[in-house]
Design a protein around this ligand. Structure first.
Ligand SMILES: Nc1ncnc2c1ncn2[C@@H]1O[C@H](COP(=O)(O)OP(=O)(O)OP(=O)(O)O)[C@@H](O)[C@H]1O
Ligand SMILES: [Mg+2]
Length: 279
């Protein structure tokens, strides 16, 4: 990280804050015969979707625009109730949002006049003691590599740094699952890649279950243990495939990465009925 002023330099001299080492067990998810209709005249958006996600698994939902990815993610988060079927997390049907499963969106939605630390603390303000907030915020800022930016105003940060603050804010209440709806799509390719790697590593280190919505085949190969490929009209799971790569191979450049990318692009193109294109 670049150290650009005295305050950053002082912060860089502090011993790194050790992230909370014992993770919560990542959520187990079961989606059971889930169907959804917004408007009768439009027909079903999702139809008989069934799958499970293991504790600490990283799953990508890959599909074309409008196939129902965000709708499905909102249902996992308890933000939308399915017309039929249910989502069961750790054995309990989901009926409402919970701090145990946190959604992150494409826009980081920070308060620009607040500092990085204040933004990261937002999810902790209710029902927590101030000393708990004072310990947890540096922990999560350190996790997302923003330890020396705590006192900066959010508006002074780049888009990628703002998304890291949003990630810290999501991690602060120690959730069991993170749900990401194309959170990196507005970022340049290099920033996007470093966040993809870091978010996967953080999820694995903490044991978090991670579900990421994407229509980027490369993102799915870099991040996911398993990819569910959705078809459209109505949205259904057409393919359920494992990405069997080591962390080194995921970072690109390897033959193994290229082979998985080609294989997944082939599956996606067949499901989406599009001509194969380079990523
Ligand atoms: N609140 C809503 N009311 C009515 N229809 C909706 C609503 N939200 C989504 N839809 C419709 O449901 C379908 C699936 O939308 P959804 O946002 O889940 O797709 P998506 O796969 O996330 O697409 P994208 O990749 O463009 O974000 C679309 O046809 C959309 O128009
Ligand atoms: Mg969407």
């Amino acid at each position: 990280m670049n150290v650009t002023n005295a305050k950053d330099f002082a912060a860089a001299q502090q011993p790194p804050v050790k992230p909370r080492s014992t993770p919560v067990l990542g959520a187990h998810v079961a989606v059971k015969s889930l169907s959804h209709t917004y408007r009768k005249s439009d027909g079903r958006v999702l139809e008989t979707v069934d799958f499970e996600i293991g504790h600490g698994e990283v799953v990508a939902l890959l599909g074309r625009s409008g196939c129902g990815k965000s709708t499905l993610l909102h249902m996992l988060a308890g933000l939308t109730k399915p017309s039929e079927g249910e989502v069961v997390i750790n054995g309990n049907p989901v009926r409402e949002p919970s701090p145990k499963w946190v959604m992150m969106f494409q826009a980081p939605s920070l308060y620009p006049w607040m500092t990085v630390a204040q933004n990261a603390a937002l999810g902790l303000r209710f029902g927590r003691r101030s000393n708990e907030i004072a310990t947890r915020v540096p922990e999560v800022l350190s996790l997302v590599d923003l330890g020396s930016f705590a006192d900066r105003n959010a508006q002074e940060l780049s888009g990628g740094q703002q998304q890291r603050v949003a990630l810290a804010r999501s991690l602060a209440p120690s959730p069991e699952m993170l749900l990401l709806d194309e959170p990196f799509s507005a970022l340049d390719a290099f920033t996007r890649r470093s966040l993809q790697q870091d978010v996967r590593k953080i999820a694995k280190d903490l044991g978090l279950t991670l579900v990421i919505v994407t229509h980027d085949v490369g993102e799915a190969v870099r991040m996911a243990d398993r990819v569910l490929v959705l078809k459209s009209n109505p949205g259904r799971i057409a393919e359920d495939t494992k990405i069997d790569l080591s962390d080194d191979e995921r970072n690109g450049g390897s033959d193994a990465f290229a082979a998985e990318h080609t294989r997944l692009m082939g599956l996606y193109s067949r499901v989406a009925e599009i001509a194969e294109m380079p990523d």
